[in-house]
Design a binder for this molecule. Structure first.
Ligand code: ADP
Ligand code: MG
Ligand code: MG
Length: 208
């Protein structure tokens, strides 16, 4: 998967975030301050605007552009966290012109590790980590089973969706939702859902 894949991933992420903007903010309204969809949509619109003028020539350069733009435009808790995810992914991709299955798993793991280092959330804390961690584990399993890069991303996206769904019954231990205690139970974590959308976008771009 080369630069075209990375650009397609980003454009698909922007599209899916725009499509689900109201839904994501609605999730955040239930257990946060109601801005997650707007925050991410603003960020990804800025990313697409930059992509239209820049000509990044490696997957790593594309991801670096995403990182710096999200960090400067999204704000809130999710901006620095997702920005770090893309920054670490960019570093893992390095200046390679294309990524194979193993490099794809390394990219996902680096992104997840970046969010953990920055936000200190553990699995089960009802955060975006609950999408990223099962995604990385499923990606690694797929790789071990001989999957190619597209199938690795497919497995990651499937697991991220299940992981996001699995945040519904949880009490939050990080972020704004943690102030709600038991009242967060029965609501999906918005950052886990948006992360699942971004990973699905990566898989769909690879499936083309
Ligand atoms: P804010 O809470 O500042 O308004 P957003 O609404 O954009 O920011 O993002 C909220 C999301 O950020 C949550 O749904 C959760 O997934 C994620 N989040 C918050 N704190 C953490 C953390 N410490 N580690 C990982 N993810 C976190
Ligand atoms: Mg919010
Ligand atoms: Mg906010």
């Amino acid at each position: 998967m080369g630069t075209d894949w990375a650009i397609d991933w980003v454009r698909r992420s922007a599209a899916v975030v725009g499509e689900h903007r109201a839904e994501l903010s609605g999730l955040d309204r239930a257990i946060g301050d109601g801005d997650h969809g707007e925050n991410l949509d603003r960020g990804f619109r800025a990313v697409v605007a930059k992509l239209d003028e820049a000509t990044p020539d490696t997957p790593g350069a594309v991801l670096k552009l995403v990182a710096t733009t999200l960090i400067s435009t999204v704000g809130g808790a999710s901006g620095p966290l997702l920005g770090t995810a893309y920054l670490k992914a960019a570093q893992a991709a390095g200046d390679a012109p294309a990524l194979d299955a193993a490099a794809t798993v390394a990219l996902l793991a680096a992104a997840r590790d970046g969010v953990v280092t920055r936000g200190k959330a553990e699995p089960g804390d009802k955060t975006m980590i609950d999408a990223w961690t099962p995604a990385v584990e499923a990606a690694q399993q797929a790789l071990d089973g001989g999957a190619d890069a597209a199938a690795v991303l497919q497995a990651a996206a499937d697991a991220a969706e299940r992981g996001a769904e699995a945040t519904d019954p949880l009490v939050a231990r990080k972020g704004r939702a943690s102030y709600l205690g038991e009242r967060a139970v029965g609501h999906r974590d918005p950052g886990a859902q948006s992360s699942a959308y971004q990973l699905r976008a990566a898989a769909d771009a690879a499936a083309e």
